[in-house]
Design a protein around this ligand. Structure first.
Ligand code: SF4
Length: 226
């Protein structure tokens, strides 16, 4: 039976964290230091999905803690948001591919159920996909990020109606000034997208899902290894 109360869903999220922490469904489980489940506000309407942990994320067990994470925080600050209070951040893969190589299809397939369950439990209204791997997985389309970035799409993801908003990965923006300019411009539209999604849920209450969410007020789940 799916969880129906906020407390049940919160318990499921924490149970999922423990499952991910001990996961060996793919070979990356044997070479990581820490699995990186995700962190942020489990009540958030906004979710970010990146690619996979890097070296520092693997060491600390937290998502987006290196230079790309600093940029993400700066971009959120520009729109008056803060990662722990206003968003939940996760990755397609929860364990680091050695040398930061690209995720393999079998690894994505093995790890996808965790992301699906995170989305079902957090119930975001807007999912920002960061880079090619997250965008292709969440949209189910082969269209690359440079063709679809900054173009919101209404989709059903993990059985839920959400606005998917593909964005360049912050790591790519650190390498290329033009990508950074584009990312800044696209980020500035996030508040409008959240507002529009909230209005849609008010007008069509059946879009707001059963269980009516976690209890009101910030409820941060800093879920990381250890
Ligand atoms: S990447 Fe995902 S499926 Fe593979 S070991 Fe880590 S948590 Fe498990």
């Amino acid at each position: 039976m799916p969880p129906t109360t906020a407390e049940e869903r919160r318990r499921e999220l924490i149970a999922l964290y423990h499952e991910v922490r001990d996961c060996h469904r793919c070979p990356l489980g044997a070479v990581r230091t820490n699995a990186v489940f995700g962190m942020g506000n489990a009540d958030a309407d906004l979710m970010f999905v990146g690619e996979a942990p890097g070296a520092e994320e693997d060491r600390q067990g937290k998502p987006f803690v290196g230079r790309a994470g600093k940029l993400l925080d700066e971009l959120l600050g520009r729109i008056g948001m803060e990662r722990r209070r206003d968003a939940f951040i996760a990755n397609v893969l929860k364990s680091r591919p050695p040398g930061n190589r690209n995720p393999e299809p079998e690894e994505i397939e093995a790890c996808e159920p965790y992301l699906t369950r995170q989305i079902q439990l957090i119930e975001p209204a807007v999912i920002c996909t960061l880079g090619n791997f997250a965008t292709k997985l969440i949209t189910g389309s082969p269209t690359g990020i440079s063709r679809c970035c900054g173009k919101p799409q209404d989709r059903v993801v993990a059985g839920l109606p959400v606005t998917v908003y593909p964005l360049f990965h912050p790591a790519a923006a650190l390498r290329t000034p033009a990508v950074l300019a584009q990312l800044r411009e696209d980020f500035d539209r996030i508040p409008d997208l959240l507002h529009a999604a909230a209005e849609r849920r008010t007008e069509q209450p059946d879009l707001a899902l059963a269980g009516s969410g976690f209890p009101a007020g910030p409820s941060q789940l800093d879920l990381f290894g250890g």
